[in-house]
Design a protein around this ligand. Structure first.
Ligand code: PA5
Length: 451
């Protein structure tokens, strides 16, 4: 088993978990029976390369396209935002570390960079410098096909491709991942003749990392996507049975719920491996966009330790007591470097010489755990045996299902995101997009009054 949950430091009284049993079991059944709110977006529960939500042969086409991209380019620019971006980046860093683009790659992997997740021209310009004169391909990813940020970035990189390779040559280097039938990107891809991949109707953005949305960039970067899917399948089997005492998805969801009832309304997902920084970003979107509705939900934040012990550590230890912490701990490091011995010992560090950094990291984790518990921050620990392709798929499903159960316990629909639309409408109106004319004058008057 590669994921273990420890709730011994959550400060629960012996009866507390037991008394959520009825609710957590009801939420679990609601999810499994596919009767709950948002039940037309449950594709993530049965996602498999052989399942109906992949178009026939899609999984093999993803692998073939990845090989083709690796053969034609040294760099892939994956363009997308939110659920069409966070998962693939989390996966590449989870398995390849913070410098995944610079270190040796497996399976013929090439460099993969991400664009279209902001509206910064400086960012695009730096990325252009990274590409330089090298060959590159583009994977534009948007389920709706109408999102502004990726649309802007795609125009820019498409133009660069066309300047470099001509219109025909560019077509052969553009891969579009979008809805099977609708949206501007689907129309453009068909008109131009790009190779396309499908975001299934039953799969919302933050549940799409194990479709072509995430799998194509992962495979291009050298990940073994068969192993990723096997991890997903293993987790699906492991957390299938409704049994609060033995199903860690249910124990985690129930504990989060109890934390919330106690006024612990902020969950910090902390890690001690920089390779997990982007996984934290993926988790934040998953939890916040799914649970934060109807004035309910646990607010998800992340902390990258030991780095952040030197910044937000003070608040965690001693600030307002509204926090609980879930530590993502990795047992086995990708490599283990020992602290060298220095006879002069001017820095006084010889007490640590010969000790491995992983051992020191573990002592930092243990010390922090006890300090935070003493400071009134309940701690949960999720232990992974190591960071590899299989475990990425497994952990993704673990969080998906926990979220599904948690949200149904709260009584919210985890599978929509109505709040994300509000800023988009205002931005479209201010930019003068047709159809939003009525809002523009009012917004401008409000801005003039306050800016
Ligand atoms: O989870 C979601 O649905 C959102 O974060 C979307 O993924 C994000 O807005 C990008 O949307 P799209 O893929 O339609 O461009």
């Amino acid at each position: 088993m590669s994921i273990k949950l420890n709730i011994n430091n959550a400060g629960l009284r012996s009866h507390e978990l037991d008394q959520t049993r009825f609710l957590v079991e009801a939420a679990f059944h609601n999810l499994e029976s596919k009767q709950g709110a948002g039940n037309d977006f449950l594709g993530w529960m049965d996602m498999d390369e052989t399942a109906a939500q992949f178009a026939p042969g899609e999984f093999e086409r993803i692998k073939a396209a990845a090989k083709k991209i690796q053969g034609q380019s040294q760099v892939l620019i994956a363009i997308g935002i939110g659920g069409s971006y966070l998962g693939a980046r989390a996966a590449l860093e989870f398995t390849g570390g913070s410098f995944y683009n610079q270190v040796a790659k497996r399976n013929g992997g090439i460099e993969v960079y991400f664009a279209g997740n902001n509206i910064s021209s400086a960012y695009v310009s730096y990325l252009m410098q990274i590409i330089g004169d090298r060959d590159f391909s583009v994977n534009v990813i948007s389920k709706s096909g109408t999102t502004t940020e990726p649309a802007v970035a795609f125009r820019i990189f498409k133009e660069k491709l066309e300047q470099k390779y001509g219109k025909e040559g560019a077509k052969d280097r553009i891969y579009a991942t979008t809805d099977a039938k609708k949206g501007a990107l689907r129309g453009l891809a068909e008109a131009e003749g790009y190779e396309t991949f499908v975001v299934p109707d039953t799969t919302g953005g933050r549940f799409s990392v194990l479709t072509a949305v995430g799998l194509l960039p992962m495979a291009v970067g050298g990940m073994d996507i068969d192993a990723v899917m096997q991890g997903y399948r293993d987790a699906r089997a492991r957390y299938a049975v409704c049994d609060l005492d033995n199903n860690d998805v249910m124990r985690y969801a129930a504990t989060r719920f109890i934390m919330m009832l106690k006024g612990k309304k902020i969950e910090i997902l902390s890690n001690y491996e920089p390779a997990l920084t982007q996984f934290g970003e993926w988790y934040k979107q998953l939890m916040a966009e799914s649970e934060g509705k109807d004035q309910k939900g646990v607010f998800p934040v992340t902390a990258n330790f030991t780095t952040d012990l030197h910044s937000i550590g003070q608040f965690i230890q001693d600030g307002s007591r509204t926090l609980f912490e879930t530590v993502l701990w990795v047992e086995k490091s990708a490599c283990d470097i020992a602290v060298p011995h220095d006879p002069a010992n001017v820095d006084g560090l010889n007490f640590a010489s010969g000790k491995t950094m992983q051992f020191m990291n573990e002592q930092a984790m243990h010390g922090t755990l006890l300090a935070h518990v003493d400071g009134g921050v309940p701690n949960l620990i999720i232990t992974l045996d190591e960071l590899n392709d299989h475990n990425f798929g497994e952990l993704v499903f673990f969080f998906w299902k926990t979220l599904g159960v948690s949200a149904y316990m709260l009584g919210v629909n985890p599978f929509n995101q109505p709040g994300v639309e509000d800023y988009k409408k205002n931005m479209f109106a201010l930019l003068g997009k047709p159809g939003y004319e009525d809002m523009k004058a009012d917004l401008e008057a409000r801005l003039n009054a306050v800016l």
